[in-house]
Design a protein around this ligand. Sequence first.
Ligand SMILES: Nc1nc2c(ncn2[C@@H]2O[C@H](COP(=O)(O)OP(=O)(O)OP(=O)(O)O)[C@@H](O)[C@H]2O)c(=O)[nH]1
Ligand SMILES: [Mg+2]
Length: 610
Amino acid sequence: MVGNPNAGKSALFNALTGARQKIANYPGVTVERKAGRLLLPNGEPVELVDLPGTYGLEATSPDEEVTRRVIMGEQPGQAQPDVLVIVLDSSNLEQHLVLAQEVLELGRPTVVALNMIDLAERDGLVLDPAALSAELGVPVIPTVAVRRRGLGDLGAAVAAAREQARAAPPQPRAHLLLPERRMMARTMARGAVLSETSRHRLHARLDRVLLHPWLGPPVLFALLFIVFQAVFSWAKPFQDGLDGLFSALADWLRGEMPASLLRDLLTDGVIAGVGSVIVFLPQILVLFFFILVMEATGYMARAAFLMDRLMAGVGLSGRSFIPLLSSFACAVPGIMSTRSITDPRDRLTTILIAPMMTCSARLPVYAVIIAAFIPARQVLPGIGLQGLVLFLLYVAGIVGAMVVALVFRRTVTHGEASGFIMELPKYQLPTVKDLALGLFQRAWIFLRRAGTMIFTVAVVLWLLLNFPRAEPGKDQVDASIAGHIANGLAVVVEPIGFNRDIALSLIPSMAAREVAVSSLATTYAVGSSNDDDARAVGLATELKRHWSLATALAFLAWFVFAPQCMSTIAVTRRETNGWKWPAFMLGYLFALAYAFAGLVYWTAIAFGLG
Ligand SMILES: Nc1nc2c(ncn2[C@@H]2O[C@H](COP(=O)(O)OP(=O)(O)OP(=O)(O)O)[C@@H](O)[C@H]2O)c(=O)[nH]1
Ligand SMILES: [Mg+2]
C-alpha cells in the first residue's frame, strides 16, 4: 500500500486484514512497515504491507526511506511486492496523482484505490473512476476504507493484476520530471471530475477562526485547559468507585484470611500497589478521549500549524509538533514518529525533548499528589484549583522543553530551523466505533502494564520491605532491605525536600513513573500494618501524614523532568543507534529534575509552606 500521507492506507489495511494499526487524521501516522494477511476473493492468501506515507520516491526522511526500499525490493527480508496498491485521496486528487505517476513509472503491476470518495462527495465532487483508469492505464477502484466500501472489488483487482503480470510482465514507463508530473496530475484530476459544486464553505470558515494568528492560539489554549479540568471533574466519580472497590476487597481479605504474611502480601503488596495505579484508569480514558477526538477531527494538524511559529522560535519546526504531541500519550510512539522529520539534527533535538512532554504515566503521580495536597476548590467560577495545578504542570514541561530546545540548537544539535510544509487534512467527525476502539486499546495497554510490570514490582518491593523482619516495636520499613537502600539514597535527595519514603519509591519507578504511586502505596501499607488495627487509611491520608506541602510540590516538580522510564531510554537507543544520546538524555533530565524540585522546595519553604 503506497500513497501520500493521510490517504487512508492504514485504514484500508485495517479493513482488509482485520489489523488494528493506528489511524489518525494527520500526515505521518505510520512510520514503519507493517504486514498483515489478506484472503483474495479467489481464495488465495497474500501478504499485505502497510507503508509510511510519502510524497515521492526520493526519500528525505527515515520513514520515507522505508517506503522507497520496500517498493524497490531493497528492504532486507522482504521480497519486492507482486502488486502495488496506490491509495489516493479522492478529494485531493491533483496532489496525490503526482506520486501515483512516479510509482506507475516503475512499471510494476499496480492497482489504484480511489479512497475517501465519501469525502469527495461531501465536498460536492463527483468523480469518474473509468476516466481516471483510462488515463493511468491501471484499474481504479473507488473505496471508502472506514465504511468498508469497495474492499471486495479492490481484492479482485489485486488478484487480477497478479494473474496478468504472470502472463505478460508490465514494462517501465517513460520518466517524467517533477514539473511535468505536476502538469499531468492537474490535467488528469480535472478530467476525472464529472461535476463539482463548492461546499467547502463551513470548513473554510472554521479554518479562518482556528488558524487565525490571533484567534487560533487562544482557542487551542482554552481547549487544552478544558481537557485538564475534565480529567479531574469527569473522572472523579469513577475513580472514587474503583477506590472503594479496592479497599472493600482488601478489607474483605483481612476478614476472611487469618493474619499471615501471605495475607499481607495480597493486601499491602498486590491490592495497595496495583490498585493504587488502576484507580487512575478513568482519568487516562478522559485524557485519551480528547486526544483521539482531536486526532480524528483534523484539529491536531491545525494545532501543529499554529505552533510552527513558536517552534521556529526555538529552532524547531512544526514538523516536530506532532511527535511532541504524541508524547503526551507516551514518549515511545512520540520518539518513533520523529522518523518523519527530515533534518537529522531537528530529529535528534525532538527526541531529546520528547520525554518532557507530560506522558500519561505521569498522570497517576500528579493526580495522587494533587488530590492529597491541593484543595478541591474553585479559584474562579468553573475553574477548579486541582485542574489548574495539573495544567500548570503540563505547561512547565512544555516551557522546559522549549528552553532546552533553544539551548541545544545552539550547542549539541547546532543548526537552523528548517522549513515546514504540511497538507492540512479535511475536517471529519470521529466515528463512534473508532473512538471506542481507540479507548479500548489505551485501557488495555494501561491495565496490562498494571497486571505485569507494576504487579511484579509491587511484589518484589513488598518482599524487600518485609525482610529482614523488624524487632517488635521497631519500624519495619527501616529494618528492611529496601529501607536500608532508601536511607542511603535519602542523603542525596534530602536537600530537595525528599524523605526516605520518596527515596524508596524513586528506585523502582525507574521502570516506569506510575510505579512511584504503587511503591508509595505499598510502603505506607507495610509501614502501617505495625498498628494492630491494621486498617489501611488510604494513600492520600498517609501522604498528608508524612509529607509537608513543600515536599509534595517538590515531588511534583521532580516528575516534570525526571526520565524515569526504561522504555523511553530503550527506544532512544534504538532510534539514535547507540548509547551516547540516551545517556546524555538521562544525565540532563535528572539534573533538571533535581534543580527544579530543589527550586520549588526552597521557594515553598520561603513562603512558609514547610
Ligand atoms: N471519510 C473517510 N475517511 C477516511 C477514509 N479512509 C481513511 N479515512 C480517515 O482518514 C484519516 C487518515 O487515515 P490513515 O489510514 O491514518 O492514513 P494513512 O494513509 O495511513 O496516513 P499515514 O500513515 O500518515 O501515511 C483517518 O482519520 C481515517 O479515519 C475514507 O475512505 N473515508
Ligand atoms: Mg498509515
